[in-house]
Ligand binder design. Sequence first.
Ligand code: IPD
Length: 338
Amino acid sequence: MPERKKKKRKNKLLNLSNKELKALQKTVHCYPGATDSWSVFLHKALLSKDPRAHTMADPWQTAYDFAVQVARAAGAVIRKAGEEEIKIQTKSSAVDLVTKTDERVEKIIIGSLKEQFGDGTHCFIGEESVSKGEACILTDKPTWIIDPVDGTTNFVHGFPFVAVSIAFAVNKQLEFGVVYSCLEDKMYKARRGQGAFCDDEQIQVSDVKDINKSIIISEHGTDRSIEKVTKIFSTMQKILRIPVHGLRGSGTAATNMCLVASGAVEAFFEIGIHCWDIAAGAVIVQEAGGLILDVDGGPFDLMSRRMMSANNDVIARRIIKEIEIFPVVRDDAPVQKK
Ligand code: IPD
């Protein structure tokens, strides 16, 4: 019988034989959390001498680019949903609102991320999943931290600031943050060490050091106990009387932080926010030249539900002097059994 010649099968995407592909896979080892398609992308980039081959040194660039696309798509869903009738439910209090859109958009975001990076090495912390009982623990694993609709109350009322917030941390360090202010159609993003951008224009915090020339943002959150409301308004009163030029609040923590990053205001602080509200914004503020601290001036702790973001240390420390701190339960506190 004539010997049948083995047909060499080529990988369609890369135009490489299996042997060649295997050899490449050995040289370009898989990055933590890389899926096949991601490795293929890297191989392709390397082979074609594509400038994106720098992802070799920066393994999370593809994840970053993907997060931007997902945030934009999620924002389009939110905009469309805003044109329809919105059914409201409540969570921790009568003013802590949630809608079907929050749940749907979170499913879309986490679903798309899992399709790309869902090989079991990535973790996901999403506002709505946590409110349904999923753990909110930050480990060293690559972790996505997601607020599908930041500014749900705004969304319900048609107040024009609603954001999709997606952050990514590895070894508990925030690697990048994406905030899509979807009603304004503004895409804020920052990758650690690479600057902060709004619609591809680099942004920077303001250089104001004189507190009397500043605008400060604070929010009152969703806890309406008399003790907390009293402390929050007492703090605001003291800040107003410094005096500052003004106090503001957009109703979304993620957008507030982008306003600090782009120099529209000097600082934003809040006690009672959650990690998903501020994770992406934290990278954006820092990459825009600002700083993130605890509200007592100590180091920032993402799970503490306390955050001060400011253009510089002088402004931050002056505001911190006035903040009346009240206790909050950490995001990663063990869930109390009912
Ligand atoms: C809220 C917003 C608001 C802040 C609240 C958050 P949500 O997020 O970020 O600005 O004051 O503390 O809970 O519930 O609309 O995603």
